[in-house]
Design a protein around this ligand. Sequence first.
Ligand SMILES: NC(=O)c1ccc[n+]([C@@H]2O[C@H](COP(=O)([O-])OP(=O)(O)OC[C@H]3O[C@@H](n4cnc5c(N)ncnc54)[C@H](O)[C@@H]3O)[C@@H](O)[C@H]2O)c1
Length: 396
Amino acid sequence: MIVGVPRESYPGERRVALVPAVVPSLTKAGFEVVVQAGAGIEAGYPDAAYEAKGAKVVADRAEVFRVADIIAQVLCYGSNDKTGEADLPLFRRGQALVGFLRPLGELKTIQQIADRGVIALSVELIPRTTRAQSMDALSSMGTICGYKAVITAADTLPRIFPMLTTAAGTITPCRVFIIGAGVAGLQAIATARRLGAVTSAYDMRPAAKEQVQSLGGRFVELPIEAKDAQDARGYGTAQGEEFYSRQRELLGKVVAESDVVITTAVIPGKKSPILITADMVKSMAPGSVIVDLASERGGNCELTRPGEKIMAHGVTIIGWYNFASTVPYHSSQMYARNISAFLMHLVKDGKLQLDSADEITRDTLLTMDGQIVNQRLREFYSLPASASAPPEDRKS
Ligand SMILES: NC(=O)c1ccc[n+]([C@@H]2O[C@H](COP(=O)([O-])OP(=O)(O)OC[C@H]3O[C@@H](n4cnc5c(N)ncnc54)[C@H](O)[C@@H]3O)[C@@H](O)[C@H]2O)c1
């Protein structure tokens, strides 16, 4: 089984799907790894490091696609909406593709991938279960994003984070408020605390309270309860506009008193709820910073401009996405471990085993034999149920 690693092509993307350190364990498990020359260079992994660990480096991208049984990428076509389409003609029927595919993004893209006969497996849909923990790429990237959001805020803020008592007087600590305490939010709390900030956080899922407190954060309780705040997978659920409007009202005071606000409140497949209005931004002290990690899906702040850093009412609002790519060495290392674990789960005895009875395989498998076979996707895109039967168990 040959795993091919093409160089990432999304503009500015610096990560790579596999790093040299995972090559020996993949080789031991029966894989061969073929890497496009320069694929790891921007993440700090030169070609020679791959070769030293037993991978083959080839110059030509098309050659990687030609020889590989499985293509491992970070941003596949789907999540790479800029240059990903150029890879489509390179795929062979029956070839597997593993990576971020943004399955709930656009039907047309997933259909195009299906039409090429690709067996596409989306890491976004890896279940959040103990068994799948080692494959959980969303958590890995969320961890890096939460960390980097705080570092970015600290770098932008005209104040320092910790309290200092010096001969030149006392400096009060910075107040950081985090909205959404999922994986990214929790890592943001831990990072802000390490830098000495007074850190508080809010999440509509009651289960988040204990996690926030265990990291030393203050949990902001609002006298409002979300209806079924958490779905069966553990994700936050979309609420009605009435709920969001009440949230904004109640969050106003905490936001006004914060020097840094980091927002991470996303709902899978939906536009992010607006939790910070323009008026709330206006109420913050000049020089304050908002980092909106929900920007890719519109953002949690009314004034966020996705992909940009702007100044409004004296407050810097950062709507950059792809923070994980700005820490490419460690995000690639984590991603590579997740992908290796996923590959070892999917491939047994040198063959791709697509077992429909297995939750991890069933949940992540998007396309096969020219069809969108994923039940959740078919429901999400309102496709007829006829072709939605789970795939036959297949050993290819
Ligand atoms: N292996 C595991 O068991 C495992 C691994 C990772 C995550 N998880 C769980 O999966 C879930 C999703 O984690 P994630 O980091 O991907 O989350 P996410 O990135 O999807 O969402 C971020 C957070 O925003 C919150 N949120 C959404 N709308 C909100 C609103 N209006 N107001 C306040 N908060 C709002 C959500 O509740 C969530 O905690 C969590 O419950 C997490 O604990 C489990």
